[in-house]
Design a protein around this ligand. Structure first.
Ligand code: APR
Length: 231
């Protein structure tokens, strides 16, 4: 069965009511990224960081997958699909996709600050000071902050290096190492870029099919095309 690797970013969740990072009114508005999404910010003011992610989580609880997420579930009926997401929301899971790699962590999980192998589900939306792991250490959001390693990048590289087709959806490709992943796709493998801001100046590599549409429109279109050209 052909393998399709899908790289998603904040744009696929925009129509589910989750703000993107680099558009106007982005998520960081009112917050200095360095304060809420770096190890230094955490050291300086963990309560502020916890509160920031609590608010994101509260919004995320209400969010529902949109037609873009759902089209990727349909794709699984016809291809082997691997989703590599930069998103920390759980909308691919809620939609029903099976294989999801979270490059930047998951907002509905917490992690021990002394043992990174201790990861827990968060029920509801709150993670607070004094919430501890089983070893007694403060819990932090299970998020990859700026300046931290991206442990899932190696498995993501392996997946994309083996792809028969690649879909890139709703990402500005501004943040590495995620942005470099497409460079590992086989040179003859078709790449589809679905993003309302995709234009002639968007250069990723040769032979990229650019679909300048919102995810809810562009993803179902490409999925339909892939399915009808399957044989
Ligand atoms: N459908 C599809 N794409 C959209 C939509 C939509 N409805 N609305 C906006 N977009 C596109 C924008 O054109 C932009 O290219 O989504 C992209 C969002 O880019 P960013 O905000 O930079 O988000 P992302 O690429 O996911 O950011 C990468 O940076 O801040 C860190 O760790 C964070 O995972 C995040 C990473």
């Amino acid at each position: 069965m052909k393998k399709i690797v899908v790289l998603t970013g904040a744009g696929i969740s925009a129509e589910s009511g989750i703000a993107t990072f680099r558009d106007a009114n982005g998520l960081w508005e009112g917050h200095d990224v360095m304060e809420v999404a770096t190890p230094e910010g955490w050291q300086a003011n963990p309560a502020l960081v916890l509160e920031f992610y609590n608010q994101r989580r509260k919004n995320g609880l209400e969010a529902q997958p949109n037609a873009g997420h759902l089209a990727l579930v349909e794709l699984e009926k016809h291809f082997e699909v691997e989703i590599i997401t930069q998103n920390v929301d759980n909308l691919h899971e809620k939609a029903g996709s099976s294989n999801i790699i979270h490059l930047h962590g998951e907002i509905f999980k917490s992690r021990s600050t002394i043992d990174s192998g201790l990861i827990y589900d968060i029920e509801g939306w709150e993670l607070n000071m004094e919430d501890t792991c089983e070893k007694g250490s403060q819990l932090r959001p299970h998020i990859v902050w700026f300046g931290e390693d991206v442990p899932m990048i190696e498995v993501a590289v392996e997946k994309i290096a083996d792809a028969d087709a690649v879909l890139i959806i709703g990402t500005s490709l501004a943040v590495y190492p995620a942005a470099g992943l497409v460079g590992y796709a086989p040179s003859d493998c078709p790449v589809y870029l679905i993003d309302p801001n995709a234009n002639d100046l968007t250069v990723i590599r040769d032979n990229v099919h650019k679909i300048a549409e919102k995810g809810s429109v562009g993803v179902p279109k490409v999925v339909e095309e892939l399915i009808s050209n399957k044989n």
